[in-house]
Design a protein around this ligand. Structure first.
Ligand code: MN3
Length: 205
C-alpha cells in the first residue's frame, strides 16, 4: 500500500462482487466500490493534478503532512486521501465467509487475548464502538505507537494515520456501506460483518 501513488487507480476487488453474500449484497458492493470508492480516487487525482511535488508523495505521507500543504487543499486532501486509504483497507480486509481467515491467528490472537481478555470481548467492544458512531465514520482495531491494541472510531474519512496507529481490522459504518440491504438496521450489518472480516497475519509488530 505504501507504493500506492498518483495517478491513483481504483484497485479491483480481490473477490467477486457477490462473494460476500448474504452479509453484504452484490448491489451494495457495486455502488460502494465502483461509485463511492472511485469518487475518492478521482477526486484525489483532481486535487493533486496541479501539484507535482505532492504527486510524488505516497498516500500515507500525504495524510501525515496534509497540514503543511496549501490551506485551500488541506481538507480536500484529508477527505479524499483518507477515503482512498480507508476504502482500500476495507475491501482488502474482507473475504468470503467460507475462507479460513475469520479468526485471528498466532501473534495477533495472543495480542488480542492480552489486551481484551478474549477474542469475543474484543469483538463485543468493536461492535459496541461501531454502533456508537454518530453520523458517518469508521471503526478500527489498531496497534497504537505504544504497541497496545485499541478500538477507535474515526469520523468521516479520518484515518489511523492521524494517531500514528497501525490498522488491524476495520469496518465502514457510513450508511452507503449497508443501507440498500439493511436500511436503518446498522446493528445487524455490524454483527453480520464478523462473518466476512478478515484478520491479517502478523508475524510480529
Ligand atoms: Mn464507504
Amino acid at each position: 500500500m505504501l507504493d500506492f501513488k498518483y495517478p491513483y487507480v481504483l484497485p479491483e476487488l480481490p473477490y467477486p462482487y457477490d462473494a460476500l453474500e448474504p452479509y453484504i449484497d452484490e448491489e451494495t458492493m457495486h455502488y460502494h466500490h465502483d461509485k463511492h470508492f472511485k469518487a475518492y480516487v478521482d477526486n484525489l487525482n483532481e486535487v493533486l493534478q496541479p501539484y507535482p511535488e505532492l504527486q510524488a508523495l505516497p498516500l500515507d505521507i500525504l495524510l501525515k503532512r496534509a497540514e503543511t500543504f496549501p490551506k485551500n487543499i488541506q481538507k480536500k486532501i484529508l477527505d479524499n486521501a483518507g477515503g482512498v486509504f480507508n476504502h482500500y483497507l476495507f475491501f482488502a480486509g474482507l473475504a468470503p465467509a467460507d475462507e479460513d481467515v475469520h479468526e485471528p491467528g498466532g501473534y495477533l490472537d495472543e495480542m488480542i487475548i492480552e489486551n481484551f481478555g478474549s477474542i469475543e470481548e474484543m469483538q463485543i467492544k468493536f461492535s459496541e464502538s461501531a454502533k456508537s458512531v454518530f453520523g458517518s465514520g469508521w471503526t478500527y482495531l489498531v496497534i497504537t505507537p505504544g504497541k497496545r491494541l485499541k478500538v477507535v472510531n474515526f469520523k468521516d474519512q479520518e484515518t489511523p494515520i492521524l494517531i500514528n496507529a497501525t490498522p488491524v481490522i476495520l469496518l465502514d459504518v457510513w450508511e452507503h456501506a449497508y443501507y440498500l440491504k439493511y436500511k436503518n438496521e446498522r446493528a445487524n450489518y455490524i454483527e453480520n460483518a464478523w462473518n466476512i472480516i478478515k484478520y491479517p497475519n502478523f508475524e510480529t509488530i
